[in-house]
Design a binder for this molecule. Structure first.
Ligand code: HSE
Length: 344
Protein backbone atom coordinates (compact mmCIF):
# COMPACT_ATOMS: atom_id res chain seq x y z
CA UNK A 1 0.00 0.00 0.00
CA UNK A 2 1.20 3.48 -0.81
CA UNK A 3 0.42 6.24 1.69
CA UNK A 4 0.52 9.87 0.62
CA UNK A 5 0.65 11.59 3.98
CA UNK A 6 -0.45 15.07 5.06
CA UNK A 7 0.70 16.12 8.52
CA UNK A 8 -1.75 18.46 10.20
CA UNK A 9 0.36 19.68 13.09
CA UNK A 10 4.09 19.07 13.28
CA UNK A 11 4.91 19.36 16.97
CA UNK A 12 6.57 16.78 19.18
CA UNK A 13 4.19 13.96 18.28
CA UNK A 14 4.21 14.60 14.55
CA UNK A 15 7.99 14.67 14.57
CA UNK A 16 8.07 11.47 16.65
CA UNK A 17 6.12 9.78 13.84
CA UNK A 18 8.36 11.39 11.23
CA UNK A 19 11.47 10.00 13.00
CA UNK A 20 10.03 6.50 12.83
CA UNK A 21 8.93 6.84 9.19
CA UNK A 22 12.45 7.89 8.24
CA UNK A 23 14.13 5.18 10.32
CA UNK A 24 11.87 2.37 9.17
CA UNK A 25 11.30 3.12 5.50
CA UNK A 26 12.94 -0.10 4.23
CA UNK A 27 11.47 -2.22 7.01
CA UNK A 28 7.93 -0.95 6.35
CA UNK A 29 8.29 -1.88 2.71
CA UNK A 30 9.76 -5.31 3.35
CA UNK A 31 7.58 -6.35 6.28
CA UNK A 32 4.23 -4.80 5.32
CA UNK A 33 4.47 -3.70 1.71
CA UNK A 34 4.01 -0.09 2.86
CA UNK A 35 5.54 2.73 0.86
CA UNK A 36 5.05 6.34 1.90
CA UNK A 37 5.53 9.86 0.72
CA UNK A 38 4.76 13.06 2.64
CA UNK A 39 2.81 15.38 0.34
CA UNK A 40 2.09 18.16 2.82
CA UNK A 41 2.88 19.50 6.27
CA UNK A 42 0.84 22.27 7.85
CA UNK A 43 1.63 23.57 11.29
CA UNK A 44 0.32 26.68 13.00
CA UNK A 45 3.81 27.69 14.13
CA UNK A 46 6.17 26.22 11.52
CA UNK A 47 4.09 27.14 8.45
CA UNK A 48 3.16 24.88 5.58
CA UNK A 49 4.61 23.23 2.53
CA UNK A 50 2.87 21.06 -0.04
CA UNK A 51 4.39 19.06 -2.88
CA UNK A 52 2.75 16.21 -4.76
CA UNK A 53 6.21 14.79 -5.55
CA UNK A 54 7.08 14.62 -1.87
CA UNK A 55 8.22 17.01 0.84
CA UNK A 56 11.69 16.54 2.39
CA UNK A 57 10.60 15.11 5.73
CA UNK A 58 14.08 14.84 7.24
CA UNK A 59 14.63 18.54 6.54
CA UNK A 60 11.26 19.41 8.09
CA UNK A 61 12.26 17.54 11.27
CA UNK A 62 15.68 19.16 11.33
CA UNK A 63 14.28 22.66 10.94
CA UNK A 64 11.43 22.33 13.44
CA UNK A 65 13.68 20.62 16.00
CA UNK A 66 15.78 23.78 15.98
CA UNK A 67 12.72 26.02 16.28
CA UNK A 68 12.69 27.11 12.63
CA UNK A 69 9.83 27.28 10.12
CA UNK A 70 9.41 24.91 7.15
CA UNK A 71 8.38 27.29 4.40
CA UNK A 72 11.96 27.41 3.07
CA UNK A 73 11.70 23.72 2.10
CA UNK A 74 11.16 23.33 -1.65
CA UNK A 75 7.52 22.73 -2.49
CA UNK A 76 4.81 23.50 -5.04
CA UNK A 77 2.69 25.48 -2.58
CA UNK A 78 3.23 27.31 0.69
CA UNK A 79 1.13 29.15 3.23
CA UNK A 80 -1.94 26.92 3.19
CA UNK A 81 -3.89 26.48 6.40
CA UNK A 82 -4.84 23.09 7.83
CA UNK A 83 -8.20 22.75 6.07
CA UNK A 84 -6.80 23.90 2.72
CA UNK A 85 -3.99 21.39 3.15
CA UNK A 86 -6.47 18.57 3.82
CA UNK A 87 -8.66 19.54 0.87
CA UNK A 88 -5.94 20.24 -1.66
CA UNK A 89 -2.95 18.02 -0.91
CA UNK A 90 -4.27 14.82 -2.51
CA UNK A 91 -3.14 12.89 0.59
CA UNK A 92 -4.83 9.57 1.28
CA UNK A 93 -3.70 9.58 4.95
CA UNK A 94 -4.18 12.63 7.15
CA UNK A 95 -2.12 12.56 10.35
CA UNK A 96 -3.94 14.88 12.75
CA UNK A 97 -1.65 15.88 15.60
CA UNK A 98 -2.68 19.40 16.53
CA UNK A 99 -3.23 20.40 20.15
CA UNK A 100 -5.80 18.78 22.40
CA UNK A 101 -8.97 20.55 23.39
CA UNK A 102 -11.52 18.52 25.30
CA UNK A 103 -14.11 21.33 25.47
CA UNK A 104 -15.20 21.28 21.82
CA UNK A 105 -12.51 19.17 20.18
CA UNK A 106 -11.42 21.97 17.83
CA UNK A 107 -9.53 22.45 15.63
CA UNK A 108 -8.85 18.70 15.42
CA UNK A 109 -12.54 17.82 15.06
CA UNK A 110 -12.96 19.90 11.88
CA UNK A 111 -9.71 18.55 10.46
CA UNK A 112 -10.67 14.92 11.05
CA UNK A 113 -14.25 15.38 9.88
CA UNK A 114 -13.18 17.13 6.67
CA UNK A 115 -10.64 14.40 5.88
CA UNK A 116 -13.12 11.59 6.56
CA UNK A 117 -15.83 13.27 4.50
CA UNK A 118 -13.40 13.21 1.59
CA UNK A 119 -12.88 9.47 2.13
CA UNK A 120 -9.33 9.90 3.42
CA UNK A 121 -7.82 7.71 6.13
CA UNK A 122 -7.05 9.49 9.39
CA UNK A 123 -4.58 8.60 12.13
CA UNK A 124 -4.69 10.84 15.19
CA UNK A 125 -3.42 11.01 18.74
CA UNK A 126 -5.77 13.87 19.49
CA UNK A 127 -7.97 13.00 22.46
CA UNK A 128 -10.48 15.84 22.20
CA UNK A 129 -12.19 15.02 18.88
CA UNK A 130 -12.34 11.31 19.68
CA UNK A 131 -13.66 11.81 23.23
CA UNK A 132 -16.33 14.26 22.06
CA UNK A 133 -17.31 13.09 18.58
CA UNK A 134 -16.48 9.38 18.43
CA UNK A 135 -19.87 8.21 17.11
CA UNK A 136 -20.18 10.81 14.39
CA UNK A 137 -16.59 10.40 13.18
CA UNK A 138 -16.89 6.60 13.10
CA UNK A 139 -20.14 6.91 11.14
CA UNK A 140 -18.54 9.18 8.54
CA UNK A 141 -15.57 6.81 8.34
CA UNK A 142 -17.81 3.85 7.64
CA UNK A 143 -20.00 5.76 5.14
CA UNK A 144 -17.11 7.23 3.16
CA UNK A 145 -14.64 4.37 3.46
CA UNK A 146 -11.64 6.20 4.97
CA UNK A 147 -10.37 4.44 8.11
CA UNK A 148 -10.11 6.30 11.43
CA UNK A 149 -7.44 5.17 13.89
CA UNK A 150 -6.60 6.81 17.24
CA UNK A 151 -4.31 4.38 19.09
CA UNK A 152 -2.36 7.26 20.62
CA UNK A 153 -5.38 8.88 22.25
CA UNK A 154 -5.04 6.51 25.23
CA UNK A 155 -1.69 5.13 26.53
CA UNK A 156 0.22 6.65 23.55
CA UNK A 157 1.69 3.82 21.47
CA UNK A 158 1.10 1.16 24.11
CA UNK A 159 -1.55 -0.95 22.38
CA UNK A 160 -5.16 -0.56 23.45
CA UNK A 161 -7.48 -0.33 20.44
CA UNK A 162 -5.26 -2.13 17.94
CA UNK A 163 -4.78 -4.90 20.51
CA UNK A 164 -8.39 -5.93 19.99
CA UNK A 165 -8.01 -5.77 16.20
CA UNK A 166 -5.00 -8.10 16.40
CA UNK A 167 -3.89 -10.42 19.23
CA UNK A 168 -7.07 -10.08 21.32
CA UNK A 169 -9.53 -10.05 18.41
CA UNK A 170 -12.55 -12.13 19.38
CA UNK A 171 -12.22 -11.36 23.13
CA UNK A 172 -15.18 -9.51 24.64
CA UNK A 173 -14.44 -6.83 27.21
CA UNK A 174 -16.72 -6.55 30.24
CA UNK A 175 -14.88 -3.80 32.09
CA UNK A 176 -11.72 -1.70 31.93
CA UNK A 177 -9.80 0.01 34.69
CA UNK A 178 -6.41 1.57 34.77
CA UNK A 179 -3.90 4.35 35.11
CA UNK A 180 -4.21 6.55 32.03
CA UNK A 181 -2.51 9.73 33.19
CA UNK A 182 1.25 9.77 33.72
CA UNK A 183 1.45 13.14 35.45
CA UNK A 184 -0.86 12.20 38.31
CA UNK A 185 0.70 8.75 38.64
CA UNK A 186 4.14 10.37 38.95
CA UNK A 187 2.81 12.77 41.58
CA UNK A 188 1.18 10.00 43.64
CA UNK A 189 4.23 7.70 43.33
CA UNK A 190 6.71 10.39 44.32
CA UNK A 191 4.54 11.66 47.18
CA UNK A 192 4.83 8.08 48.46
CA UNK A 193 8.59 8.74 48.68
CA UNK A 194 7.98 11.88 50.72
CA UNK A 195 8.15 14.54 47.97
CA UNK A 196 5.58 17.30 47.79
CA UNK A 197 2.74 17.54 45.31
CA UNK A 198 3.85 20.83 43.78
CA UNK A 199 7.51 19.80 43.46
CA UNK A 200 6.57 16.67 41.48
CA UNK A 201 4.03 18.52 39.34
CA UNK A 202 6.83 20.88 38.29
CA UNK A 203 8.96 17.86 37.40
CA UNK A 204 6.13 16.42 35.23
CA UNK A 205 5.89 19.78 33.48
CA UNK A 206 9.65 19.82 32.86
CA UNK A 207 9.46 16.27 31.43
CA UNK A 208 6.77 17.43 29.01
CA UNK A 209 4.19 15.03 30.45
CA UNK A 210 1.79 17.49 32.00
CA UNK A 211 -0.82 19.16 29.79
CA UNK A 212 -0.29 22.85 28.91
CA UNK A 213 -2.86 23.55 31.63
CA UNK A 214 -1.92 21.02 34.35
CA UNK A 215 -5.36 21.23 35.97
CA UNK A 216 -6.38 18.99 33.06
CA UNK A 217 -4.20 16.31 34.64
CA UNK A 218 -4.62 16.88 38.36
CA UNK A 219 -8.37 17.46 38.26
CA UNK A 220 -8.83 14.29 36.24
CA UNK A 221 -10.00 15.87 32.95
CA UNK A 222 -7.38 14.14 30.83
CA UNK A 223 -8.26 10.80 32.43
CA UNK A 224 -11.98 11.54 31.99
CA UNK A 225 -11.47 12.13 28.25
CA UNK A 226 -9.64 8.82 28.00
CA UNK A 227 -12.32 7.03 30.06
CA UNK A 228 -14.97 8.42 27.68
CA UNK A 229 -13.02 7.18 24.66
CA UNK A 230 -12.70 3.71 26.21
CA UNK A 231 -16.40 3.59 27.13
CA UNK A 232 -17.50 4.77 23.70
CA UNK A 233 -15.21 2.46 21.78
CA UNK A 234 -15.49 -0.73 23.82
CA UNK A 235 -19.09 -0.44 25.04
CA UNK A 236 -20.81 1.52 22.26
CA UNK A 237 -21.64 4.43 24.57
CA UNK A 238 -21.87 8.11 23.67
CA UNK A 239 -20.38 9.60 26.85
CA UNK A 240 -18.72 13.02 26.83
CA UNK A 241 -15.79 13.77 29.18
CA UNK A 242 -18.05 16.17 31.13
CA UNK A 243 -20.42 13.27 31.86
CA UNK A 244 -17.68 11.11 33.39
CA UNK A 245 -17.97 11.07 37.19
CA UNK A 246 -14.65 12.70 37.99
CA UNK A 247 -12.49 13.38 41.00
CA UNK A 248 -8.85 14.46 40.63
CA UNK A 249 -5.89 14.27 42.99
CA UNK A 250 -5.48 17.91 43.98
CA UNK A 251 -7.14 17.23 47.34
CA UNK A 252 -4.94 14.22 48.19
CA UNK A 253 -2.58 14.92 51.08
CA UNK A 254 0.83 13.49 51.84
CA UNK A 255 -0.70 11.89 54.96
CA UNK A 256 -3.31 10.06 52.87
CA UNK A 257 -0.64 8.75 50.50
CA UNK A 258 1.51 7.54 53.42
CA UNK A 259 -1.48 6.04 55.17
CA UNK A 260 -2.37 4.04 52.05
CA UNK A 261 1.15 2.61 52.01
CA UNK A 262 0.98 1.74 55.72
CA UNK A 263 -2.22 -0.16 55.01
CA UNK A 264 -0.37 -2.30 52.46
CA UNK A 265 -1.48 -0.59 49.28
CA UNK A 266 -1.33 2.51 47.11
CA UNK A 267 -3.64 5.33 46.05
CA UNK A 268 -3.94 5.47 42.26
CA UNK A 269 -5.99 7.77 40.04
CA UNK A 270 -8.09 5.10 38.37
CA UNK A 271 -10.14 5.49 35.21
CA UNK A 272 -12.86 2.89 34.91
CA UNK A 273 -15.52 2.00 32.36
CA UNK A 274 -18.01 -0.84 32.27
CA UNK A 275 -21.40 -1.86 30.97
CA UNK A 276 -24.05 -2.60 33.57
CA UNK A 277 -26.41 -5.59 33.28
CA UNK A 278 -29.30 -3.43 32.13
CA UNK A 279 -27.09 -1.96 29.39
CA UNK A 280 -26.09 1.42 30.84
CA UNK A 281 -22.43 2.31 30.37
CA UNK A 282 -20.59 3.97 33.23
CA UNK A 283 -17.26 5.80 33.14
CA UNK A 284 -15.56 7.33 36.14
CA UNK A 285 -12.24 8.70 37.36
CA UNK A 286 -11.28 8.78 41.01
CA UNK A 287 -8.37 8.30 43.40
CA UNK A 288 -8.72 4.72 44.61
CA UNK A 289 -6.91 2.62 47.20
CA UNK A 290 -5.52 -0.61 45.73
CA UNK A 291 -3.93 -3.48 47.65
CA UNK A 292 -0.29 -4.35 46.76
CA UNK A 293 -1.56 -7.58 45.18
CA UNK A 294 -3.36 -5.60 42.45
CA UNK A 295 -1.15 -5.40 39.32
CA UNK A 296 -2.02 -1.70 38.99
CA UNK A 297 -0.70 -0.89 42.50
CA UNK A 298 2.92 -1.40 41.45
CA UNK A 299 2.72 0.86 38.38
CA UNK A 300 4.98 3.77 39.32
CA UNK A 301 6.18 7.02 37.79
CA UNK A 302 4.74 8.17 34.48
CA UNK A 303 3.95 4.60 33.38
CA UNK A 304 0.36 3.86 32.35
CA UNK A 305 -1.54 0.57 32.56
CA UNK A 306 -4.96 -0.81 31.73
CA UNK A 307 -6.58 -3.99 32.99
CA UNK A 308 -9.23 -5.43 30.67
CA UNK A 309 -11.66 -7.92 32.10
CA UNK A 310 -12.34 -10.26 29.19
CA UNK A 311 -14.64 -13.22 28.60
CA UNK A 312 -12.00 -15.54 27.15
CA UNK A 313 -8.79 -14.61 28.98
CA UNK A 314 -9.94 -13.22 32.30
CA UNK A 315 -7.97 -10.16 33.31
CA UNK A 316 -5.35 -8.90 30.86
CA UNK A 317 -3.14 -6.01 31.95
CA UNK A 318 -1.14 -3.96 29.51
CA UNK A 319 1.61 -1.72 30.88
CA UNK A 320 3.68 0.87 29.06
CA UNK A 321 4.48 4.45 28.24
CA UNK A 322 1.57 6.87 28.07
CA UNK A 323 3.28 9.88 26.49
CA UNK A 324 6.48 11.08 24.85
CA UNK A 325 7.70 11.90 21.34
CA UNK A 326 8.71 8.43 20.25
CA UNK A 327 6.02 6.47 22.12
CA UNK A 328 3.20 8.65 20.80
CA UNK A 329 4.79 8.83 17.36
CA UNK A 330 4.77 5.05 17.39
CA UNK A 331 0.98 5.04 17.90
CA UNK A 332 0.68 6.69 14.46
CA UNK A 333 3.00 4.14 12.90
CA UNK A 334 0.93 1.31 14.42
CA UNK A 335 -2.22 3.00 13.09
CA UNK A 336 -0.74 3.30 9.62
CA UNK A 337 0.13 -0.40 9.61
CA UNK A 338 -3.33 -1.23 11.00
CA UNK A 339 -4.98 0.73 8.16
CA UNK A 340 -2.84 -1.03 5.55
CA UNK A 341 -3.69 -4.43 7.04
CA UNK A 342 -7.40 -3.67 7.18
CA UNK A 343 -7.37 -2.90 3.46
CA UNK A 344 -5.23 -5.86 2.39
N1 HSE B 1 -0.81 14.77 30.27
C1 HSE B 1 -0.91 13.40 29.86
C2 HSE B 1 -0.34 12.52 30.94
C3 HSE B 1 -0.18 13.21 28.55
O1 HSE B 1 0.23 13.04 31.91
O2 HSE B 1 -0.50 11.31 30.85
C4 HSE B 1 -0.59 11.99 27.78
O3 HSE B 1 -1.93 12.02 27.34
Amino acid sequence: MRFEIAFIGFGTVGRGFADLLLEKREYLKKAFGIDWKVVAISDIRAGSVMDSNGVDLAEAVRLTDSGKGIEGIPGERKGLDALETIRESGANLVVEVTWTNIKDGEPGYSHIKTALEMGKHVATTNKGPIALHYKELMRISSEKGGKLRFEGAVLSGTPVFNLFEGPLAGCSVASIRGIVNGTTNLILSEMGKGRTYSEVLREAQRMGYAEADPTMDVEGWDAAAKAAILANHFFGADIKPSAVARKGISGITLEEVMDAIKKGGRIKLLARAWKEDRGDVVAEVSPTWLPESDPLASIGGVTNALTFSTDALGEVTIVGLGAGRRATGYALLADMISIARSLA
